[in-house]
Design a protein around this ligand. Structure first.
Ligand code: FDA
Length: 305
């Protein structure tokens, strides 16, 4: 980590909340569902699809799951009522996965029931390796009951090639990402090129199997290698989509949509924006540079989502 970024990460608790808010406003749609839906509308107008994420992962009390379930149910109802092009992404730790997996299943079932009633797709995000196995188990259980439930595989995990085969066997819908958590070398590739190679192999194997793939990356080299794989397989754009985070790599995003690619933007929102932003800043120290810029050059959201 660059020494300046290390310093910023260490001193993050001292950074005024207003500065973190300024930086976060690029990556988080806002605190309310209305904020999130305005962002989704703007993205739809730009030719992008969206996926809504209610912030609030890694809770410490089971009572905290109720507001999250209600927020997802309201999000689903409003997506349908307003006719916007969005699905939802759910972190199972926000539903108590790490505290009580049975409670988590019950809470997730409430969200899936609402989604099923409206015909909306639900993606289960993948979290750190302590919950990989249980997250996959829950995905397989729910996929049996509702076809529009999808999962995420992380290219840095050595196990992902095997998991991809299991998911391909049922024609599952998979988002492939590099993986954002810090994992040990015994279970995860550490080298950038190894992670890229694993990523491209996973995407190609899944596409070849007929699975629908969400290619979630802002890495131009991976975008190119995945487009090359799509070309080799002669696939139509409707069999896959690109995915990016709100506020990241907007030029690349616009280049892809202008070229006829389908692209979905991950739109986090909710009152837990501060904790989310601080965690993202710690996990991706390169963003710490934005903190420094934010301290000196406060900027709004003039250039859109
Ligand atoms: P890389 O890290 O090389 O980034 C390429 C470039 O993009 C960087 O140079 C930088 O400019 C920019 N960039 C990337 N991330 C940025 C950020 N957060 N802020 C600002 N700039 C950034 N992970 C996970 O473990 N489980 C999950 O469920 C998901 N879900 C998910 C959904 C979607 C739609 C996306 C795009 C990503 C995820 N991720 C995730 C995160 C993913 O694992 C990964 O950490 C990031 O996408 C960064 O990896 P890239 O492939 O973009 O490459």
């Amino acid at each position: 980590m660059n020494p300046l970024h290390r310093l910023v990460v260490r001193t993050l608790p001292l950074v005024p909340k207003s500065v973190v808010r300024t930086i976060a406003s690029r990556y988080v749609a806002g605190e309310t569902l209305d904020d999130a839906l305005s962002t989704v509308r703007a993205l739809n107008a730009e030719g992008c699809m969206a996926t809504l994420d209610v912030l609030g992962e890694d809770i410490t009390l089971l009572a905290e799951t109720e507001p999250t379930v209600l927020a997802y149910q309201r999000s689903l109802a409003e997506i349908a009522a307003r006719g916007v092009d969005s699905n939802i992404s759910v972190k199972l730790s926000a539903l108590g996965l790490k505290l009580d997996p049975a409670h988590c299943r019950r809470e997730f079932a409430r969200i899936v029931e609402t989604a099923r009633g409206l015909g909306i797709f639900v993606r289960i995000d993948m979290e750190d390796s302590s919950v990989t196995e249980e997250t996959l188990r829950i995905f397989f259980e729910f996929r049996e009951k509702y076809e529009k439930v999808g999962i995420v595989l992380q290219a840095y995990l050595r196990r992902s090639a095997d998991d991809a085969r299991r998911i391909a066997a049922i024609g599952g819908n998979v988002r492939v990402c590099k993986g954002i958590y810090v994992e040990p070398p015994a279970i995860a590739f550490q080298d950038r090129e190894e992670i890229r190679a694993s990523y491209t192999q996973l995407v190609e194997a899944l596409l070849r199997s007929g699975s629908y793939v969400g290619i979630a990356t802002h890495d131009p080299a991976l975008v190119e290698s995945c487009l090359a794989a799509v070309g080799r397989l002669g696939l139509e754009p409707k069999t896959y989509e690109f995915q990016m985070l709100l506020g990241v790599a907007r030029t690349l995003r616009r280049r892809l949509t202008a070229g006829g690619q389908r692209l979905r933007v991950y739109v986090p929102y909710g009152e837990a924006w501060y904790a989310y932003s601080v965690r993202r800043l710690k996990e991706n120290p390169s963003i710490a540079g934005h903190v420094v810029k934010g301290l000196f050059l406060p900027q709004g959201r003039a250039d859109g989502p």
